[in-house]
Design a protein around this ligand. Sequence first.
Ligand SMILES: [Zn+2]
Length: 356
Amino acid sequence: MTSFGGFQPVFCTIVPPHVLDKLAQNEDPRLADPARRTLQRDASARTRRHLAAVAGAAALTPRAGAEAGKPHRTIYDARNGTDLPGTKVRGEGDEPGSDATVNRAYTGLGATFELFLSAYRRDSIDGSGLALDATVHYDREYNNAFWDGEQMVFGDGDGEIFLDFTRSIDVIGHELAHGVTQYTANLTYYGQSGALNESLSDVFGSLVKQYSLGQSAAEADWLIGAELLAPRVTGKALRSMKEPGTAYDDDVLGKDPQPATMDDYVHTSRDNGGVHINSGIPNHAFYRAATVLGGNAWERAGQVWYDVLTGGELEQDARFTDFAALTVKAARERYGDGEELDAVSKAWEHVGVRTA
Ligand SMILES: [Zn+2]
């Protein structure tokens, strides 16, 4: 994969291609057509992202003249078109308007900013107060949301299978966490390093939800995208960190393919080598560490994962064992030879990933 002066944009859509592929093959055009159009739209957005990066247009500028430690959000409305960013509809400090989608996007960006600042003293995605931009009402019946390396984009969903993509705050956190990874470990978006990239986004996405709701590890649902599935879908979310592989089992969507342990690791060339599939394994390790420790997951377990993500030792092409070993090291460095070290070590053992 090409790297652009250390800047490697990840184009992650929250609904992975294998889910949309399945939907696109449905006999019912009301289900297949939006999925097919979403796949085409994702492909062209990915190409545009790549070309922008090649042209050097991807350099993001921290906001100028704004106060450190405060978010700087701008929400745009694409009005069901595809021109980005669209028309500005809400700026930082503006009162909520009548569009609930705009308000949810604004709140979600703020909640993500708040978790990283309060829990980890990180000032925005890049650590230097990066402005947070988001576009809502992207395209028609667009079944996805993504971070394109510069901003968030949300579709409204087709209403049949997927609902408005601003509904899940962990999805907003997931996408922005890709930005944090982009600025730190910059994990290559393929195979195990790609699955770690995905998993870190699920971990911090879930932590955004837990922090904003004031939930302990025991109280959290550990689901990603629980609010996105339309009522007709047999499922509870896109992914489950608590029980990977059980998020949905639906006649239209198929079955959640995530493994929870290395015994069920999926070897595939699709989905960038299964980045949204095998992420179930490190996801479940985090869930185990956090729930065994108890209390707030963003505090000890989250701190250890954050230390590894930002500590400078995680290689771009890291494998699960590399990441696991670094979490053990980070737990020891921060908390000594105590229950944190024990919980982290046992969590990896549980999912079958060696830590040494
Ligand atoms: Zn992702």
